[in-house]
Every structure is written in C-alpha cells, then in structure tokens.
Write a protein that binds this ligand. Structure first.
Ligand code: SAM
Length: 263
C-alpha cells in the first residue's frame, strides 16, 4: 500500500490527506471521540434506508445468493433488516456503539428476525474478523468516519473475511470526482458539523476507492450512482452555528461500489 500512497498527491480534491498516519495514542483518542459522537446520536438516529440505494444493494447481492452477510457500521440495522427480508440471508451487524446495537436488536426483534441476526460490538479498526467466512460485506455510510489508513485496513479485513466469490459493497456520498454546486454546499455543511465534534470527514473520491479495491485484490470493480434526498436539518439541529442560505433538503448523488473477491 505504501506504493499506492506514495504515488498519490498529498492532498486529493476533497481535502483528504491520504498519506497521513497518526500515532497509536492519537488514534485511540480519535476513535473514542467518534464512539462518543455515535453514542450520543443513536437515540435520534431515525434515518430510514434510502429506497434507491436499497434497491441497488439488494440486486447486487441477490445475484450472489448470499447466505451470510457482514454489515459493518450497521447502526440501528435499518438497512440490514430490509436486506434480510429481501434476501432471506443471515446478517451479522458489527458496530462499536452500544446504543446503536441496542436499537438494532429492538428493530430486529420487532420484525421477528432475531434468528437471522448476530451482533458484534467492536471498532472495525481493532476487530479481528474470521477468515473466508462471509458471502458479502457491506459498509453503508461508514467508511468516511475512519482515518484514511484505516479505510484501507478495513477494506483489507473485508477481503480476508470474504469467501472466494464474495462481494463487498460500499455506499458513500460525495464520491464523484466533480461535484455539482448543490453537492459542494451539502458537503460543506456535513463537514462543518463533523469538525465541530472533532471528527474527520474523509470522503474519498470514486477513483481512490477503485484504486484501493484493486490494490487489495478485488476484481470486477464497478460503481453505480443513484440520486437521493439528503436531509440537512439534522446538521442544523446539532450545530446552530452553521449558517448557510439553503434549504433543508436536496437531491445528491450516492455512489454504490461493488467488487468481488476472486483469486
Ligand atoms: C452514518 S451511520 C450508518 C448506519 C447504517 N449503516 C445506515 O446506513 O443506516 C454510521 C455507523 O457507523 C458506526 N461506526 C462508525 N465508526 C465505526 C468504527 N470505527 N467501528 C464500528 N462502527 C463504526 C457508527 O456507530 C454508526 O452506527
């Protein structure tokens, strides 16, 4: 990976420094902060799955008939529950937030799906995952909360935990190489909010994800885009200092990456 990093410009368009590596203690402090952020947001986290994203993820996974799926950063399992229903598969939800997993368990029980679910409370950065175990791994709106070197690390872990022929799916906002004016505005607001909490917003670009996936060994790397509504009200509520003349809702493009583990 060093080779990959050294070839990259220090700063990519989104402002993310890819070749940054921080010390063990600083990293620990950073993830404690993101952990607290998610613990505090869990109660009010009510974002239902985006329908078009869900449709694309379902159809990608359906082609592989997965029996075991690992949903990393599952949050309250809103997507996972729909995927379990759509695909009839077993889902393991991994998240480091206790509060999020509590909501996930309630949600799963309410739907009568407890036999189809397992829960792991771990930070993906420090987690050890079983080798060759899952048919699919999903990261839905999660990877940008990790430090750049840990995005790479987590993708490598996903590769190892997938069975041969298994699929990885990554859903990320603002991954387009060229953003529209609306996307730039919404990104600024999302970033401002994270800065307030001392959390990084490492939104990598489409080519960065493709390059990373390729270097790790994934094949058949593809990206689909759908347009979804983004609700900015949540950021204004969390951070009244954000002052932008804009509406609460906009449509922006969401990237859905897929790739396969084929040796
Ligand atoms: C934006 S929410 C997305 C939740 C869910 N995937 C969805 O789209 O509805 C991000 C989730 O990732 C989890 N998360 C963030 N960093 C994590 C880490 N390092 N390890 C495990 N989970 C993490 C948070 O606790 C939170 O539940």
């Amino acid at each position: 990976m060093r080779k990959f990093l050294s070839k990259r410009p220090a700063l990519i368009k989104s402002g993310v420094t890819l070749n940054k590596e921080i010390g063990v203690r600083k990293k620990f402090v950073y993830y404690n902060r993101t952990y607290s952020y998610w613990e505090s947001r869990a109660q009010k986290y009510l974002e239902e799955p985006k329908q078009k994203v869900l449709n694309v993820v379902t159809s990608i996974l359906r082609s592989n008939e997965p029996r075991k799926v690992l949903d990393i950063g599952s949050g309250p399992a809103y997507y996972a529950v729909k995927l379990a229903k759509n695909l009839g598969c077993q889902i393991t939800c991994l998240d480091f937030s206790e509060e999020m997993l509590k909501k996930a368990r309630d949600n799963v029980n309410k739907e009568g799906l407890s036999k189809s679910f397992d829960f792991i409370r771990k930070n993906i950065v420090y987690a050890t995952l079983p080798i060759d175990s899952f048919d699919a791994v999903t990261f839905i709106s999660v990877l940008h909360y990790l430090l750049p070197e840990d995005i790479e690390l987590s993708l490598k872990k996903s590769y190892t935990t997938l069975k041969e022929g298994g699929k990885i799916i990554i859903v990320e906002y603002w991954a387009n190489e060229i953003l529209t004016e609306i996307e730039k505005l919404t990104l600024q607001i999302a970033e401002q909010n994270r800065v307030k909490y001392g959390i990084e917003a490492n939104f990598l670009k489409e080519n960065d994800y493709k390059r990373l996936l390729k270097i790790i060994g994934f094949k058949n790397i593809k990206v689909n885009y759908v347009r979804e509504k983004i609700y900015l009200g949540k950021y204004f509520e969390m951070n009244p200092k954000i002052q932008f003349k804009c509406k609460n809702e906009y449509f922006i493009r969401v990237a859905i990456f897929e790739a396969t583990k084929i040796k």
